[in-house]
Design a binder for this molecule. Structure first.
Ligand code: RP5
Length: 181
């Protein structure tokens, strides 16, 4: 998958070299089976040219890998974490317990309970350890929320978000206009 790159001029060779921008958002998931749900959100991050990284860290199957990832994220320059999990979806909450960064949980519809199990597992965090929770399978909103958080300190993302909102408004106005004709 193509990542945003920044162009830099090499001091030694005088040529333009492409350097991958350091990731600002980390997207983690409990299993590769969550990837299909994440696709829409990853597209949003691509469209907004947000540098991001993806990985798989299961709270239950790889607890050490998960805690190492969450503990190191802030030190590596990550600003927001998106965590997707289904079933007994403890990943977003456990990641939030290991980092001071904002964490956005995506409940994945993975079992027989239509994703209600994941939703309740993520949203019912104890006081003191917040984990923002979007709707079931709604990786689009997770990505948009991550971009809004970045936008609070990075005007370029705030500007892009404003344009996204204007586009959305125009699209609805256009449909409404067509209905009225
Ligand atoms: C969770 O269990 C994952 O996040 C996934 O949604 C669900 C099922 O995982 P697999 O059995 O498909 O690997 O941990």
């Amino acid at each position: 998958q193509e990542k945003p790159v920044e162009e830099k001029k090499s001091a030694i060779f005088g040529q333009h070299i492409q350097k991958k921008a350091a990731p600002l958002v980390a997207v983690t998931m409990g299993s590769d089976s969550d990837l299909k749900v994440l696709a829409a959100g990853l597209k949003i991050l691509d469209d907004f040219k947000v540098p991001y990284e993806e990985n798989i860290t299961s709270a239950h199957r790889t607890p050490d890998r998960m805690s190492n990832f969450a503990r190191d994220a802030a030190g590596r320059g990550i600003k927001v974490i998106i965590a997707a999990a289904g079933g007994a979806a403890h990943l977003p909450g456990m990641v939030a317990s290991h980092t001071p960064l904002p964490v956005i949980g995506i409940p994945v519809k993975a079992t027989h309970l239509d994703g209600q199990d994941s939703l309740l597992s993520i949203v019912q965090m104890p006081r003191g350890v917040p984990c923002a929770t979007v709707g079931i399978n709604n990786s689009t909103n997770a990505a948009l929320l991550a971009i809004r958080i970045l936008g609070a300190s990075m005007p370029e993302f705030s500007r892009k978000m404003h344009n996204y909102q204007l586009d959305m408004e125009n699209a609805v106005e256009e449909k409404a206009g067509r209905l009225q004709r």
